[in-house]
Ligand binder design. Structure first.
Ligand SMILES: [Zn+2]
Length: 457
């Protein structure tokens, strides 16, 4: 068939990780994202097996953004036979080598630790050499001009907020246009601007991570943050805040910076995440990606993600200073769902104590430690043992990298032209069903295919 539009979800069909969508436009094939499966008991095995039988027949690969659940298996591509271009935004191309090398080191460390402990090691999916190889295939696509992969295949990248460099991919040929959203940012996702209207398309694949959530009207994030800091100051507490290296970490740094510039951060702030410590300054290198508020600061010579109280810790050795920390202080540490990374160490130390305090900012995935903490439990399980929870827990919903249901719908409705059929991916069963119902009520034809199932337009 040379005149058809078809998609197949090769991942993230009814779940929020392992994003991977095969788009066929006429006789051309494009893979959008090749993400890591996370959070499932069978994730290690699921990640070893690539989701497509053949990769050498792809005309292009597009990466929407640099989160692990979208980019985490890209270094497996060369070995699997794909040697073509990997199209992404310049900012994502800038960050990707750092993020993938950090992932390779983490996999090796986890395998070594398991071996030392006498456990079967988790699989190492790729090494540093394979990261270098795949990074040679990266092609930065600036602006919103189409990139011509072939005479009958173009790829255009459109901003969607979410994190630095994130894009939706418009894949176009004589048969029509398919838009794959990647993750769609929250309208208040500063330091980035809200997602602009998407371009017209004949078929849309869109995420629905928060498709069953309607955010209540939010109090000003700076006021909420300042309130938590003030309480920690009174109680001389160390606040422990799980963050993601890309996204939530920068949102928190940006708002904390604004609070600091008003004199509301009178305590040390430690950023205990090697990747976040390096990606944060990259925002200033891509001013075109930033919100007006962040660009105004840059124009005055101020790095929007820096402030005098902040110490960025770029290694485990540097992070040893936290050992002697006394309240009041704030520690931002990866990883965001508290399933691994430096945050675990900080939680083990401070959760059993009233001298500790936990700040949960944004989405806490059910089934993870962060999801358990969000329910204010008497204890949580960390590194195989139960840890009592005495530290007070604050939740700030105002920090989210993902649009809620009304914002997702508004993004789709802002697309010019007739309503396209919509395929929902990247959402657990309940949000996906809720958002499908919501869109159907608004007159859309909605598909929720299973893994590998084709949808044609
Ligand atoms: Zn993402």
């Amino acid at each position: 068939m040379s005149n058809h539009l078809q998609i197949r979800l090769a991942g993230a069909a009814g779940e929020v990780t392992g994003s991977c969508t095969l788009v066929e436009v006429g006789s051309r094939r494009v893979l959008v994202d090749l993400g890591l499966v996370q959070g499932r008991p069978d994730a290690p095995e699921a990640n070893v097996a690539l989701p497509l039988d053949r990769l050498d027949w792809l005309d292009a690969v597009v990466l929407t953004h640099a989160h692990a659940d979208h980019c985490g298996r890209l270094p497996m591509l060369p070995r699997a036979g794909y040697s073509g271009p990997i199209l992404t935004s310049p900012a994502t191309a800038d960050m990707l080598p750092l993020i993938l090398h950090a992932a390779a080191r983490l996999q090796r460390r986890l395998a070594d630790e398991a071996r030392r402990a006498g456990h079967p090691p988790p699989p190492v999916l790729f090494d540093g050499d394979e990261v270098d190889r795949v990074c040679e295939q990266i092609v930065p696509v600036p602006g919103d001009a189409p990139y011509e992969v072939a005479s009958d295949l173009r790829v255009t990248l459109h901003p969607v907020g979410h994190v630095l460099g994130a894009r939706a991919a418009l894949i176009s040929g004589p048969a029509g246009d398919v838009l794959v959203s990647g993750d769609i940012g929250h309208r208040d996702g500063q330091p980035l601007p809200p997602p602009p209207p998407p371009p017209p398309a004949d078929l849309v694949v869109m995420e629905c991570t928060r498709g069953d959530v309607e955010d209540p009207p939010q109090a000003c994030p700076d006021v909420q943050l300042a309130g938590v800091l003030a309480q920690a100051r009174i109680d001389a507490q160390v606040i422990v805040c799980p963050t993601f290296a890309l996204g939530r970490g920068q949102q928190l740094l940006f708002r904390l910076g604004q609070c600091a510039r008003r004199g509301e951060v009178d305590m040390p702030v430690m950023l205990d995440s090697m990747v976040a410590s390096v990606t944060a300054p990259m925002h200033a290198r891509h001013p075109g990606e930033l919100s007006g508020e962040a660009r105004d600061l840059l124009a005055r010579g101020i790095d929007p993600l820096d402030f005098p109280q902040l110490t960025r810790l770029r290694s485990r050795r540097a992070a040893r200073v936290i050992k002697d920390l006394r309240g009041p202080a704030l520690v931002l540490a990866g990883s965001g769902f508290c399933e691994g990374g430096p945050i675990v160490e900080h939680l083990i130390r401070w959760l059993p104590s009233r001298s500790g305090r936990v700040l949960l900012a944004g989405f806490c995935m059910p089934g993870t430690v962060s999801g358990a903490l969000a329910d204010d439990p008497p204890r949580v399980r960390l590194r195989g043992r139960w840890v009592p929870v005495e530290a007070p827990i604050d939740r700030l919903q105002c920090f989210s990298g993902h649009a809620d249901a009304p914002q997702l719908q508004a993004w789709l409705a802002s697309m010019p032209g007739p309503r396209p059929p919509v395929v929902l991916n990247h959402g657990d069963a309940a949000p996906r069903a809720a958002f499908a119902t919501r869109l159907q009520s608004a007159g859309y034809t909605v598909h929720t295919p299973g893994l590998g199932e084709a949808v044609q337009a």
